[in-house]
Design a protein around this ligand. Structure first.
Ligand code: NAP
Length: 283
């Protein structure tokens, strides 16, 4: 069986020790990340299989579904294993399939966090991430709301998402930011500067769309490297992320048991320097 243990460990913040290959649960929702999945049994099976294969970090958000994604996680894997970290997020609202609105209002964040605590059936959220800065609310105010929830014991550690380096600095002046979740993959390196800032400060970097949302063409350098490893281009995309930086913790998403197993098996793939160079050059 594939094992996430092959990816090694990372300690996020002072105390969240997880395997360096996680699982992003967002795909376990209806079309447009809205409404229920067609096959709830499959969603539960994927979540259980991830844990069985050694995943100790599951990423979700109250806005996935909304709410349903957190509920599936609870229903599939509660009571949680001692080493399982469930990271969720607040700060977005939903008005329909594919529609996302930012809301970084402190009262709203508190309401969302308290809802996540209830749905996940925990006393405190282990890693609570501010989903995105809200241009209508000063970023420091939104981050300050999470700081207050942390002081009250409702949040263990704080992460941020969809930020630039300045926003990382603003947040880090207010709280100990332990993780950043930005879009990043072998096909999309716009967040490189933020990744480098995370490396300098020892902050974990959770790339979202680590598989470029499933849009990696089976051609060029990545295809020949995949062939050499008897792997898929998606597995090479994950191996590249794992090799790219020790602070990277990929959270690939899938609703497929077969893809889940392939993604976790990628933890065992080791790319050599010339393969890394070829992939860097092929962006
Ligand atoms: N912070 C944010 O703003 C933000 C935004 C987006 C996502 N996220 C987080 O990041 C996680 C990952 O993002 P994502 O799931 O959207 O994108 P992703 O991991 O880049 O790609 C998922 C897509 O790739 C396909 N796929 C997965 N494994 C595959 C494989 N082995 N072979 C071929 N196709 C494969 C999936 O289809 P199948 O289901 O058919 O496998 C799905 O369409 C999410 O679950 C969520 O937790 C965060």
């Amino acid at each position: 069986m594939a094992s996430a243990a092959r990816a090694g460990m990372i300690t996020i913040g002072p105390d969240l020790e997880v395997r360096r290959l996680g699982y992003g649960a967002m795909r376990l929702t209806g079309e447009g990340v809205w409404g229920p999945v067609d096959d709830v049994e499959n969603a539960h099976a994927v979540l259980r299989a991830a844990v069985e294969m050694g995943v100790t970090l599951i990423d979700t958000a109250n806005s996935y579904g909304p709410e349903l994604n957190e509920q599936y996680i609870h229903d599939a894997v509660f009571p949680y294993a001692d080493d399982l970290v469930i990271a969720t997020k607040g700060g977005l609202t939903r008005s329909g399939p594919g529609k996302w609105e930012r809301n970084g209002n402190p009262e709203h964040l508190r309401e969302q966090c308290e809802g996540s605590i209830k749905r996940l059936g925990v006393d405190a959220i282990q890693l609570y991430q501010l989903h995105a800065p809200d241009p209508e609310v000063p970023y420091a105010e939104s981050v300050g709301a999470l700081a207050e929830l942390q002081r009250e014991g409702k949040i263990q550690q704080i992460g941020i998402s969809n930020v630039d380096s300045m926003q990382l600095e603003v947040a880090s002046d207010i709280v100990d930011v332990v993780s950043v979740q930005n879009r990043f993959s072998v096909r999309d390196r716009d967040s490189l500067e933020v990744l480098l800032a995370c490396e300098r400060h020892g902050v974990a970097f959770l790339p979202w769309f680590p598989l470029a949302a499933g849009q990696i063409e089976d051609d060029g350098a990545i295809a020949s490297i995949a062939a050499a490893h008897e792997a898929t281009v998606f597995q090479i995309a994950l191996a590249w992320l794992l090799a790219r930086s020790p602070v990277i913790v990929p959270i690939p998403g899938t609703a497929s048991l077969a893809h889940l197993e392939q993604n976790i098996a990628a933890a065992a793939i080791r790319l050599n320097e010339s393969e890394m160079r070829a992939l860097e050059a092929a962006a």
